[in-house]
Design a protein around this ligand. Structure first.
Ligand code: PXP
Length: 250
């Protein structure tokens, strides 16, 4: 078993449910249920469950968050934008971890990391309030040394490196450059005693590349696992990803 841990993002289980039942939130037929899926991921060996409560509630709903909080046996990592409404939800349910992400209404999924350097003033009070409630805080950042330094200065416990560019690189040159950026950022984070995680766009093919980033503690993966679950079932999808991560050497 590799030392690298897996957090499974269950948002897209809710995306599928909302495609049919968005207008019928109390329907007994509303399926698939992200809470059942989360329990199955844990049973298959996932070390955490990740979910993003978006301001527009396009997939995960408030009721899902409450039920996830009550039922998860491993740990709950809540991804969220830094807005007063969502911060209040986090302070009410107290997830084990929060990962602060940028959030744009029109985006399909999170695009790019937080600009911690530019948003230092807005981030600082939120980080303090979350930490005072016992929540460990992560910042989702692009792999640059400036962002890692700024995250460290803000006193967070973790950073999550945005792997979207390497995952979607359309040339070997870009892939190589992005991998080098990720490797350097992970090293810098580790030297600053930050826990370094990674996520976004990781799938069963590019995991071999992600395994080349040193100093990682955790990968947070959603779309590829949920997609594979349609074919092989969610427990098998999780087990296959854990097996692919087993080659990892920090
Ligand atoms: N990590 C963060 C911070 C994210 O915003 C997302 C997308 O919700 C993920 C990981 C998972 O990305 P994917 O669904 O591409 O695996």
């Amino acid at each position: 078993m590799s030392g690298l841990r897996l957090g499974v993002n269950v948002d897209h289980i809710a995306t599928l449910r909302q495609a049919r039942y968005a207008g019928m939130p109390d329907s007994k037929n509303a399926e698939p249920d992200p809470i059942i899926a989360a329990a199955m991921c844990e049973r298959a060996g996932a070390q955490g469950i990740v979910t993003h409560l978006r301001s527009d509630r396009r997939h995960i709903q408030d009721r899902d968050i409450d039920r996830l909080r009550q039922n998860i046996m491993t740990k709950l990592n809540l991804e969220m934008g830094n807005t007063p409404e969502i911060v209040d939800v986090a302070l009410r349910i107290v997830p084990d971890e929060v990962c602060l992400v940028p959030e744009k209404r029109e985006e399909v999924t999170t695009e790019g990391g937080l600009d911690v350097v530019a948003q230092r003033k807005e981030l600082e009070p939120t980080i303090k309030r979350l930490q005072t409630s016992g929540i460990r805080v992560s910042l989702f950042v692009d792999p640059t040394l400036e962002q890692i330094d700024a995250a460290h200065e803000l006193g967070v416990e973790m950073v999550e490196l945005h792997t979207g560019k390497v995952a979607n690189a359309f040339s070997e040159k870009i892939e190589k450059q992005e991998l080098e950026n990720l490797q350097a950022a992970a090293k810098a984070g580790s030297e600053l005693k930050l826990q370094v995680n990674a996520g976004h766009g990781i799938n069963y093919s590019n995991i071999a590349l992600i395994n080349k980033i040193p100093h990682l503690t955790e990968l947070n993966i959603g779309h590829s696992i949920v997609s594979r679950a349609m074919v092989v079932g969610i427990e098998n999808a999780v087990k296959e990803m854990l097996a692919a991560m087993a080659d990892y050497k920090a």
